[in-house]
Design a protein around this ligand. Structure first.
Ligand code: HEC
Ligand code: HEC
Ligand code: HEC
Ligand code: HEC
Length: 504
């Protein structure tokens, strides 16, 4: 066969034909590509809602009808099969893992029962099951207030809208048990009309307002963390704001650092409880995840909670946000490798290294505080008075606050390893300071030996040591679960049958 150039030289018309055909093909391919892109854009941006519902529709499956992909991935928080070295989606009995916690929390609910958190799908079940909420059967009251429901459910904004914020917090926990039944979901983080991210919890909005900031001015990227900051934060119940109302409040007025919040609490002389052994006025750090994260390198480089815990996912050519909120270590490819080029094993090792190194010192601090509580107890027994004990008890309060601040949010040793190491170091100094003073005081009181460390080698032994009747509590809880919970669920089902989705 002759080369093309020669054919064209002989018959120029063929050259022109080839030229026109090529143009036509390029044009058609372009048309096809633009139509594909347009269709994709349409399928992403133009959606026809299957159901119309208002902001206060608490049922996630109703919102889910309009967004099946987000809903499907959201349902995966039910999976409890993943374990990392220290965290994961399985519920871990932390008092069993670390019985020292029982002594640290003696006299407070957490010494009865404390599990490492699992997926959002379990928020309601877990608060119903924990011994901390007690066994309110036959008109009895729970030891916890209604405020405890606040971070558990989209029924919360619904109720706040119906009865008012303060009225929602008021009263004891069992009163709203039949109202709060849907686990954490769509209405907690989204605006129903636009599906934009939205803040549903007043405590966060109010904390911003008190600092002269307007949360509605937050950027899109900030919102990808702020929706989490509605719950993954430090808080306390302010009982002075409105009489008889434990009003949910974030102690951020002077800043979010461990020292700033400690100062805030000291100034208003707030304490969560009085320690059973040492009688120190204690603080319980809740879960200052947002505060600690904001001191870390990722936050400082503008990385949001959602970047790691809700990465994008692709399905059938559509990109969407993975609503399976979980440990990112179960999903390193989407959560870390979007930004880091290292192998998955290497990245996981980076996380474990930080966690292990920090836990090493955290354990030291824990033991020092246990010793301080026990030594303080001995000092009281040997006849110490309030005045002699005051500075010591404040040291114990501050040391344990630092320990708890570092431990309670679970992700902290990765979210901000440098800050957490610093906080633990200051905790160790403060605990040692307390013990120095205790040694001096004990010696003044004529006691010159080492106070023996109690045998708290298991959860059972530790609970016996602090005199907690756990078997009784468990038996009562069993009755509560069999008698009360099914009633709550029945009542909720009857109520939800009457819902007019459009009007909610
Ligand atoms: C309405 C309150 C609320 C909001 C909003 C919220 N969380 Fe949670 N989160 C919880 C509670 C409560 C738990 C513990 C659930 C349990 O163990 O029953 C939890 C558990 C978790 C866990 C542990 C899950 C596991 O499987 O180990 C992670 C991770 C988490 N949340 C991340 C986030 C992130 C990231 C955001 C923001 C995108 C967020 N959460 C928003 C209340 C909330
Ligand atoms: C803990 C907070 C939280 C909860 C609960 C939540 N979302 Fe989201 N959702 C997000 C975040 C964060 C994004 C990413 C938003 C962005 O960057 O614009 C998002 C994005 C979306 C989007 C936009 C498209 C996409 O996939 O990025 C839709 C639609 C959506 N969510 C639906 C739902 C539905 C339906 C539910 C309930 C089944 C739900 N979400 C529950 C936080 C949440
Ligand atoms: C959205 C981008 C982004 C994502 C997602 C991300 N990182 Fe990073 N990471 C950064 C940036 C930016 C830095 C700061 C260092 C720098 O500027 O190079 C950093 C720093 C680090 C460091 C060193 C900081 C230190 O603590 O000493 C480690 C380790 C790390 N990332 C691990 C991870 C892991 C593990 C994940 C997934 C769970 C992850 N990163 C997810 C952007 C990201
Ligand atoms: C750079 C990635 C990254 C960012 C950003 C990030 N996290 Fe994490 N988070 C992690 C890693 C890694 C862990 C440790 C997981 C493990 O040990 O299995 C973790 C752990 C957690 C845990 C405990 C998980 C469990 O399995 O019990 C919670 C809760 C959590 N993060 C919430 C948040 C919140 C809230 C924010 C934003 C304020 C945030 N995280 C920002 C990577 C990140």
């Amino acid at each position: 066969m002759k080369p093309v150039t020669e054919i064209i030289k002989n018959k120029p018309i063929i050259g022109w034909l080839l030229f026109i055909v090529t143009i036509a093909i390029v044009f058609l391919v372009g048309l096809l590509a633009s139509s594909i892109i347009e269709r994709r854009a349409e399928s992403v941006f133009v959606y026809t809602p299957q159901v119309e519902h208002g902001q206060f529709e608490p049922r996630n499956e109703v919102w889910g009808e309009n967004f099946p992909r987000e809903f499907q991935s959201f349902k995966e928080t039910e999976d409890t099969s993943f374990r990392s070295m220290f965290n994961g989606s399985a519920s871990i009995d932390m008092l069993e893992v670390d019985p020292r916690l029982v002594v640290l929390w003696a006299g407070y609910g957490f010494s009865k029962d404390y599990n490492q958190g699992r997926g959002h799908a379990y928020a309601i079940k877990d608060i119903q099951n924990t011994l901390r909420t007690g066994a309110p059967v036959d008109g009895e009251k729970s030891p916890m207030p209604n405020t405890c429901w606040t971070c558990k459910s989209p029924d919360v904004p619904r109720m706040m809208n119906e009865v008012g914020i303060a009225e929602f917090y008021k009263g004891t926990w069992e009163e709203k048990g039949h109202q709060i039944v849907n686990p954490i979901g769509c209405a907690d983080c989204h605006d129903a009309k636009t599906m934009n991210l939205a803040i549903s919890r007043p405590a966060l909005i109010e904390a911003f307002e008190r600092q002269g900031k307007d949360i509605t001015k937050a950027s899109h990227q900030e919102m990808r963390s702020l929706v989490c900051a509605q719950c993954h934060v430090e808080y306390y119940f302010d009982k002075k704001r409105e009489p008889g109302v434990p009003y949910l409040t974030f102690p951020w007025d002077g800043g979010m650092s461990v020292e700033a919040m400690e100062k805030y609490y000291d100034k208003i002389e707030f304490s969560d409880w009085t320690h059973k052994l040492s009688k120190a006025p204690m603080l319980k750090a809740q879960h200052p995840g947002y505060e600690i994260h904001s001191t870390g390198i990722h936050a400082q480089r503008g990385v949001s909670c959602a970047d790691c815990h809700m990465p994008y996912k692709s399905e059938g050519g559509q990109k969407f946000t993975d609503h399976h909120i979980q440990s990112p270590l179960n999903n390193v490819a989407s959560s870390c490798q979007v930004c880091h080029r290292e192998e998955s094993d290497r990245l996981i090792r980076d996380v474990y290294e930080r966690q292990q190194k920090i836990i090493q010192n955290r354990d030291v601090l824990e033991e020092l505080i246990v010793r301080a509580h026990v030594e303080a107890k001995t000092a009281w027994e040997k006849g110490a008075n309030e005045k002699q004990m005051q500075a010591i008890l404040m040291d114990i309060r501050h040391a344990q606050w630092r320990w708890d601040y570092a431990a309670a949010s679970h992700g902290a040793s990765f979210h901000s390893p440098l800050e957490i190491s610093r906080v633990i170091a200051t905790g160790i100094t403060t605990a040692q300071e307390a013990r120095l003073k205790l040694a001096r005081l004990l010696s003044d009181l004529g006691f010159n030996q080492e106070v023996p460390y109690p045998d708290i080698s298991s959860k059972t032994k530790a609970q016996e040591y602090i005199g907690l009747p756990v078997e009784k509590l468990k038996a009562e809880k069993k009755v509560f679960k069999e008698k009360v919970i099914p009633q709550w669920l029945d009542q909720a089902m009857e109520r939800e049958k009457t819902y007019n989705t459009k009007e909610l």
